[in-house]
Design a protein around this ligand. Structure first.
Ligand code: ZN
Length: 165
């Protein structure tokens, strides 16, 4: 088990557009276990590779914390979304800040597993929200980017007072 350090806002790595993964090899498998260990250690429900300094399209998600509920999401694409929900979110890269944003309710995502096999998830609820949050990370987008202008000002003031994180 190797815990990785979490990159915190406003680290520029969090703004990078991540590259698709091409090699589904042993080094990917150990990276995925490090990412899962780090996510559980930080009590997160999702972690994206740029959050540990790697601009690659890899995320791990576990919203249920049960045996077998960890999912590994590589090179994901949202192919369909519908509806709108209010989502109260936080982020391991912006510790101790939470706010409510709008997300799509239902989504369909295609992605690859650790062996390079393509699969599809169709979901709603917390898993849908978490997937959207993590896929945003792979595009250099943070949940605070979805805040209204007024709420963004509140976040900026919060960061001035509480940063560096
Ligand atoms: Zn996040």
């Amino acid at each position: 088990m190797a815990l990785r350090e979490i990159c915190k806002y406003p680290d520029p790595i969090l703004r990078e557009k991540c590259a698709p993964l091409t090699d589904f090899d042993d080094s990917l498998h150990s990276l995925l276990s490090d990412m899962a260990d780090t996510m559980y250690d930080e009590n997160g429900i999702g972690l994206a590779a740029p959050q540990i300094g790697l601009p690659l399209q890899i995320t791990v998600i576990d919203v249920d914390r049960e045996d077998g509920s960890l999912i590994e999401v590589i090179n994901p694409q949202i192919t369909w979304y519908d509806g709108e929900v209010d989502s109260e979110e936080g982020c391991l890269s912006i510790p101790d800040y939470r706010d409510t944003i709008k997300r799509a309710d239902q989504i369909k995502v295609t992605a690859f597993d650790r062996h390079g096999n393509e699969y599809e998830i169709e979901t709603d609820g917390l898993l849908s929200i978490c997937l959207q949050h993590e896929i945003d990370h792979l595009n250099g987008v943070l949940f605070v980017d979805h805040l209204s202008r007024m709420k963004k000002d509140i976040f900026k003031r919060w960061f001035k007072k509480n940063g560096p994180l």
